[in-house]
Design a protein around this ligand. Structure first.
Ligand code: SF4
Length: 377
């Protein structure tokens, strides 16, 4: 059986192989507010488009000012790496995701496409009705595309598969709540990323066999426990750098990390409403945490639950959702004497510079100047 790491590294081959095995279509999406269950029920492979770091000679001309991850995903389309993708869907999210969607469709008008509106104010009284109505339109468009009906049975199956997937991934995260955890942050990130490009029924089989192995590992020496927050990431290089310095990332508040797995679809007769409520109720992303602020307290709760000693905030350059939300996160961390280090990156990691900053953070924490001792006093 292939490992998650191998699937992540060969994700285009995985998707091509899935198409050959199933005869199904691949639907690329950008943001984790996309209700994957609906596409899965239609027999599609919902594929999270992931940035890498390709040589880039053209996005400056076509997408100047976008964050690098959106540019890189478009660049991969231009380089032919996503030539197996049959359709694209964009949801209401940050403007750079939308620009990537739009620019890709200008260059590849043959792709099936859909814009799925998701309210920016997810807690509004009318949000559930708006999302339900959008999901009905989405299902209708999918049915026209694939030429068959999306049945209640298929939706129930998709809900079960995705709920199981999230439960298994939560078990994976739980393993790092132990004081002397044997599971590394880099391993978890590779699993999380691979999982987002996989057929979840296949990912579930792999997770069910992997979890007992991880649980049986011998505990390691206690190290500095860090939490990672900020823009989404696309590899585990930062986690590996942290590990090389004697620390471990034990939890995160990332769109493609805990925010992807913490809540489930609660089954109800109206399947689309149940799915819509799950996405509205998931931990707020920086972009959608815009009226009743929940995100800072949510970050603090995760920090406490996983007994982290400090926080790394990694922001993608030109990421305005995280840039504008940062002040509220910094305020909370300062008020509660939580050591943190903020840095900017694009999809690559500025290695030496990042190492210096993370080293400084770890050496502040090491002499016992932890949150409990009030490091800033
Ligand atoms: S990194 Fe930030 S700006 Fe870029 S797509 Fe993600 S949320 Fe949008």
């Amino acid at each position: 059986m292939k490992t998650f790491k191998e699937i992540l590294e060969n994700r285009h081959a995985y998707a091509k192989d899935w198409k050959a095995r199933t005869g199904g279509k691949v639907l690329g999406f950008y943001d984790t507010y996309f209700p994957e269950e609906v596409a899965y029920a239609a027999g599609l492979l919902p594929l999270r488009l992931l940035a890498s770091h390709c040589e880039d000679a053209l996005t400056d001309r076509l997408m100047y000012g976008n964050c690098y991850c959106t540019r890189d995903i478009f660049n991969q389309f231009m380089l032919g790496r996503y030539d197996y993708v049959d359709g694209l869907v964009s949801i209401e999210s940050c403007q750079w995701w939308y620009n990537a969607f739009d620019t890709t469709l200008i260059e590849f008008p043959e792709l099936w496409s859909h814009y799925l509106f998701t309210t920016d104010y997810v807690d509004a009284r009318t949000s559930k009705d708006a999302v339900f109505s959008e999901l009905k339109i989405f299902v209708k468009r999918l049915e026209e595309w694939i030429g068959k009906t999306v049945t209640d049975e298929a939706l129930d199956n998709a809900i079960d598969v995705y709920n199981k997937n999230r439960a298994l991934l939560r078990q994976l995260y739980q393993l790092r709540r132990f004081d002397r955890t044997a599971v590394l942050g880099s391993e978890v990130m590779e699993i999380m990323l691979a999982n987002q490009v996989m057929d979840k029924a296949e990912a579930n089989v792999m997770l069910e066999s992997l979890l007992p192995e991880l649980e049986a590992r011998a505990p390691q020496e206690d190290g500095v426990r860090l939490m990672l927050i900020g823009s989404e990431t696309y590899d585990a290089k930062l986690e590996k750098l942290v590990e090389s310095l004697g620390a471990n990332i034990v939890t995160d508040e990332l769109d493609n990390g805990t925010a992807y797995i913490l809540n489930d679809v609660i089954p109800m007769k109206n399947r689309l409403m149940a799915i819509g409520l799950r996405y509205l109720g998931k931990p707020h992303s920086a972009l959608k945490d815009n009226v009743w602020r929940r995100r800072p307290e949510h970050i603090y709760q995760l920090y406490e639950d996983f007994q982290a000693d400090g926080v790394i905030i990694a922001k993608q350059i030109y990421c305005h959702p995280h840039g504008s939300d940062m002040y509220a996160v910094w305020k909370l961390l300062r008020e509660r004497n939580i050591p943190y280090h903020t840095f900017e990156r694009d999809t690559t990691l500025p290695y030496e510079e990042t190492k210096l900053g993370v080293e400084a953070l770890i050496s502040m924490i090491k002499p016992g100047m932890t949150r409990l001792h009030g490091w800033s006093k």
